[in-house]
Every structure is written in C-alpha cells, then in structure tokens.
Design a protein around this ligand. Sequence first.
Ligand code: GRF
Length: 222
Amino acid sequence: MYVLRGMRESLSDEDDQGEEMIRIAVFASGRGSNFSALARAQKKGVYKGSLSLLVCDNPKAPVIGKAKRAGVKVVLVKRGDFSSKAEFEQAIFQRLDEEGIGLIVMAGFMRMLSPEFVRRYKNRIINIHPALLPSFKGSHGIKDAFDYGVKVTGVSVHFVDEEMDHGPIILQKEVRVKEDDTVETLEARIHRAEHELYPQAVRLFSEGRLKIEGRKVNISVR
Ligand code: GRF
C-alpha cells in the first residue's frame, strides 16, 4: 500500500493547520486549457498547492503564454536539442529537483515518459485522458469513442505507470453523447468535464487522501 505525499512547503500562518503545500509541475505541449483550469482552481483555493513549473516541448504551444501570464516558470525542452531521450529527461529532472516538485500533472504532453522517469517519480505523476479508461486509449480518445457510437463516454484521471493510459484510476466523470452531437460539440463537453475533474484529483492528492492498492485507488474520507 502506498500513502501518497510529495514534497511540500509550509503554508504561511494565515493558512490553516500548518499543512504543507505541494509544488506542482504541469507537462503540456499544446493549448493549455487544463493548465488554465488548474491555475483558476488554485486561485479559488480548490486545492492547496502551488503550480510552480510548466514543462513544455513545443515552442509554439499556446500553453506557454498562459503560464507566463499566470506567473508560472516555463521550462522549454526540445527533444531535438539532446542526443538521447535519457539526456532530454535528465535536463527535466534537474529542473524538477531545483523546484522541489512533488507532483507532476500531465496535460497533453505529447511524449511518453521513459520507464526510468516513471520509476523516479513513482506514484507522483498523474494524467488526464478524454475517455472512460480502459476504453479508447491513445491520442484520439474523443473521436474514437464518437466514431464507435458509444452513448456514454467521459474523462479519466489516473496515475501514470510504464504503459500508455494504463495506471490506477483516481477519478472518472461520465459525459453522455447526445443524438445531435458532432465530434466538436462532444469535445467541448469533454473538455468542460476535464476542467472540473482535474483540480479535484489534484486536491485529493495534495491532501494525501489517495492510497493505491494494486490497481485500485482508495480515496479516504476527511
Ligand atoms: C486534453 O484533452 C487531455 O485529456 C489530453 O490532452 C488534452 C490537452 O488539452 N491528455 P489542453 O492542452 O489542456 O487544452
């Protein structure tokens, strides 16, 4: 059984109970709507944690501007600048260590992490997938579910392990497919569900309420 707590920093005196605040890195390569949802949720106090770093591998990604506007440090690491994946990841580790990161939140980072990476941050990396896992894994979860003709799809937040879209599931939220949906209208509702669900998963992690037992994540009640 694992009780999950990451590296935290102390909250100021105004914050209650002397709880510690986890430092979070978001890994994203694209639009960044989940990044923005997490930043908004942090402001509203949905979770006690600090978005401390954005790790991005795409210099053109809109998420970079969003992070800068939110005052979050950006680490741009281009795979092409490194001779191996190991060196690329080493550069990321260094920044994560410098920032004392206790939780990595994957939000559309278009690269698989190596098994070494996953082991180093074991049970401290979470991902969001736009379908109800284990169905419709991969990078086209919304369209694949729509084309399959499902009546219900949704969003899954899970721990990252060495296989794609595979680790223990933390939270899921269903999204019904309407008769007149197009893939675009469905996609919009899926993203809204993601923006609600991801901050809740971060909250549970940051409160130390997730316990992994085999494939199951037990959520303790406060
Ligand atoms: C989301 O749909 C997420 O489920 C998937 O990548 C997408 C990222 O979207 N893993 P955004 O960049 O956060 O808008």
